[in-house]
Structure formats: structure tokens, C-alpha cells
Design a protein around this ligand. Structure first.
Ligand code: ATP
Ligand code: MG
Length: 334
């Protein structure tokens, strides 16, 4: 059976972008004739400094968000990356396959390293090799992600292809990115040219899965927009990125197309649209927020679930890692 892998960093509280672009789709892919492996990628999170106490809490909070969004640890393998050593080991092997120049071309590295990139951690530069290892440790064939991860997925294919070529094998699959739907790139509420991110310093830029109804309504009310009424079709939203973003969010939350949303709101201004969007967002997110809090009431149970998932993940990944080492000529005598 085909295998699907994806992950989310516990680098902050999860956002509406993570929910629509990732979590909601992770849940929907379960039970669809594919094995689903979902990971809280804590080793990626530490490529920028994380306070240890806060990080531990965020790993549990991310696990709660996965489950509250419908990821079922009985149907999927759900675990945190650092508990399965195959990820870091395979990443090292891939560090010898990937080229330095490939890494410098990654837009995420450029964004996150900023101007003083010489001072970024080496891990931040090597991030895509670890991501390739996350995926290929399971020989996963499909990876549901947001649009922002497309370039990293291409690099994963490049690493798989170069490995297969260099060693004359057909060991790693060329993984397909699964980037689908209207919410593959939810934008910041403050700046229509930046994506919504959990690590954005501005809390007003995003809706967090832990925000209450008042916070959600206030952030949407204050979201940057223009003053024009909504058109009847999406073509009319060209050059209106902020308006387009809010319509896309509405569509994704309502499981409609943007055109269906515009048919309903044609001619109306944001004074009418924003409260309707806020109501819809609260209606969709509040049950998730509530379930997250319930899971977080029992952190020992979350730890048990992640440990169980890690043991199952290990069973899949270890034979693939062992075979990879064998292909590369690394001697094994125990
Ligand atoms: P960070 O700012 O720490 O990088 P992030 O919000 O970008 O956090 P990630 O953990 O890097 O979240 O990404 C997890 C998943 O969520 C990935 O599949 C990514 O493509 C998706 N994702 C992140 N932001 C968005 C967004 N704004 N719209 C849609 N999908 C998103
Ligand atoms: Mg990110």
C-alpha cells in the first residue's frame, strides 16, 4: 500500500494556515487505501533556538492539535521525530548526497536566516536533507503540504534521484507533493504578501488554534483589506491579495469554491463579509480548541500515544535505514 508522510514543527502554537494547509488534509487522507505517518518534527524546530521547557509543552500541544483535528492515532502513526533515531541518521547519510549549492537556493533558508545568514545554525541550512530523511525513511510516496514546502519536496526528489543514480539502485521513490485545495497558502492577516506563520512575531498576523471567539473576531475585524465591495467571481480579485486571502479562508472553512463564496457575497463590503467569516471561523475552530484542551488535561496520555507511535514508526524506518547503509557500503557486524 502507498504510504503518506507529513510533519509540522512545534516551533510555536499551530495556526489556521497549519490547519487548512496541513492538519485538515492529514485527517482526510486517513483510511483511504494508504498508510498515514504523521510527525511532530521537533528536530526541525530546534534549527532556531527554542526554550527547552516551552518546546516540550509545544510538542504535546501539537500532538493535541493533530488529534483534535481528526488525526486518529489508531489509524495513523503519530509521533515526535526525535524519538525515532532513523530520521537523524538518514539525514546524515543524505548530507553526503545533497550538494551545498542546493541548500543555499532554498527560499525558506533565505527567509529564516535573514541578512546575517553566516550566523544561522548549520541545521537551518541542512533542514531540507533532514526533511528528505523524514519522508524517505518511510519510502513515502505522497506528502500533503502547503505551497511553501514545494521547493523542499523538489529537493527531496533530487536527493532520492541522486542517491539511486550514485549507487545504481532503485531504493528511494520519487515522492509526490500533495498540494491541493484553496488553502495551500493562507496569507498573513497583516500583510497579503507574506504567508501566515506560527513563528511570525506578530500575533495579529495569524489565527491560533488556541484563540478564543473574541480573539478570532478581533483579528479578522482588524485584518488588512481594501475598501472595494466583493466581486461576483474570483477573476475580480486579481491584484487584491488581502481580499483574495479572506475569501479563500472562507471557502476552505466552508468546503466551498471561492466562486461559490463570491456568489453569496457579491456586492457586499468587508463590513458584512468579515463578521460572517469570523462566525464561520469560530464555529469551525472552537470544537478543535475545546478538544485540544481536553487532550492537554492528560499530558501523560499524550506522551504514551507519542511513544507508541514512535515504536511503530521505528519498525518501518529501521529496516529501510539498515538497507540504505548496506547499499552505501557501511559495515555492519552486530
Ligand atoms: P514556522 O513559521 O515555524 O515555519 P509554519 O506555520 O510555517 O511555522 P510549519 O511547521 O513550517 O509551519 O509547516 C507545517 C505544515 O503547514 C507544512 O505542510 C506547511 O506547508 C503548512 N503551512 C504552513 N503555513 C501555511 C499557510 N500559511 N498556509 C497553508 N499551509 C501552511
Ligand atoms: Mg514553516
Amino acid at each position: 500500500t502507498p504510504r503518506i508522510f507529513s510533519g509540522i514543527q512545534p516551533s510555536g502554537g499551530l495556526t489556521l494556515g497549519n490547519y487548512l494547509g496541513a492538519l485538515k488534509r492529514f485527517a482526510a487522507l486517513q483510511g483511504k487505501d494508504a498508510e498515514t505517518v504523521y510527525c511532530i518534527v521537533d528536530l526541525h524546530a530546534i534549527t532556531v533556538w527554542q526554550d527547552p521547557q516551552i518546546l516540550r509543552g509545544r510538542i504535546r500541544e501539537a500532538a493535541a492539535a493533530f488529534m483534535a483535528s481528526g488525526v486518529d492515532p489508531a489509524q495513523s502513526i503519530l509521533f515526535n521525530q526525535s524519538q525515532v533515531s532513523a530520521h537523524a541518521e538518514l539525514a546524515w547519510l543524505f548530507n553526503t548526497v545533497a550538494r551545498v549549492g542546493w541548500m543555499y537556493r532554498m527560499t525558506q533558508f533565505k527567509d529564516k536566516a535573514g541578512k546575517n545568514s553566516e550566523n544561522a545554525s548549520l541545521g537551518l541550512l541542512a533542514y531540507p536533507a533532514l526533511m528528505a530523511a523524514d519522508i524517505l525513511a518511510y519510502q513515502a510516496t505522497g506528502v500533503p503540504v502547503g505551497e511553501d514546502q514545494k521547493q523542499h519536496l523538489e529537493l527531496t526528489r533530487d536527493i532520492a534521484a541522486k542517491f539511486n543514480h550514485d549507487y545504481g539502485v532503485n531504493h528511494f521513490p520519487l515522492t509526490e507533493p500533495l498540494i491541493e485545495g484553496v488553502a495551500t497558502r493562507v496569507m498573513s492577516l497583516r500583510d497579503g504578501s507574506r504567508k501566515m506563520s506560527k513563528s511570525d512575531p506578530s500575533d495579529a498576523s495569524r489565527i491560533n488554534l488556541t484563540d478564543d471567539a473574541d480573539a478570532i473576531a478581533q483579528k479578522i475585524r482588524k485584518a488588512r483589506t481594501d475598501a472595494d465591495p466583493l466581486p461576483g467571481r474570483v477573476e475580480g480579485l486579481k491584484d487584491r491579495p488581502e481580499a483574495r486571502n479572506l475569501v479563500n479562508i472562507y471557502a476552505a472553512l466552508a468546503d466551498q469554491t471561492p466562486d461559490q463564496v463570491l456568489t453569496r457575497f457579491e456586492g457586499q463590503g468587508f463590513g458584512a463579509f468579515k463578521p460572517a467569516l469570523a462566525d464561520l471561523a469560530v464555529e469551525t475552530l472552537s470544537p478543535i480548541t475545546r478538544r485540544m484542551a481536553e487532550y492537554l488535561d492528560d499530558p501523560a496520555e499524550i506522551d504514551r500515544i507519542l511513544g507508541d507511535g514512535a515504536a511503530r514508526a521505528d519498525e518501518v524506518a529501521t529496516p529501510i535505514l539498515d538497507r540504505t547503509k548496506e547499499i552505501m557500503g557501511l559495515l555492519r557486524s552486530r
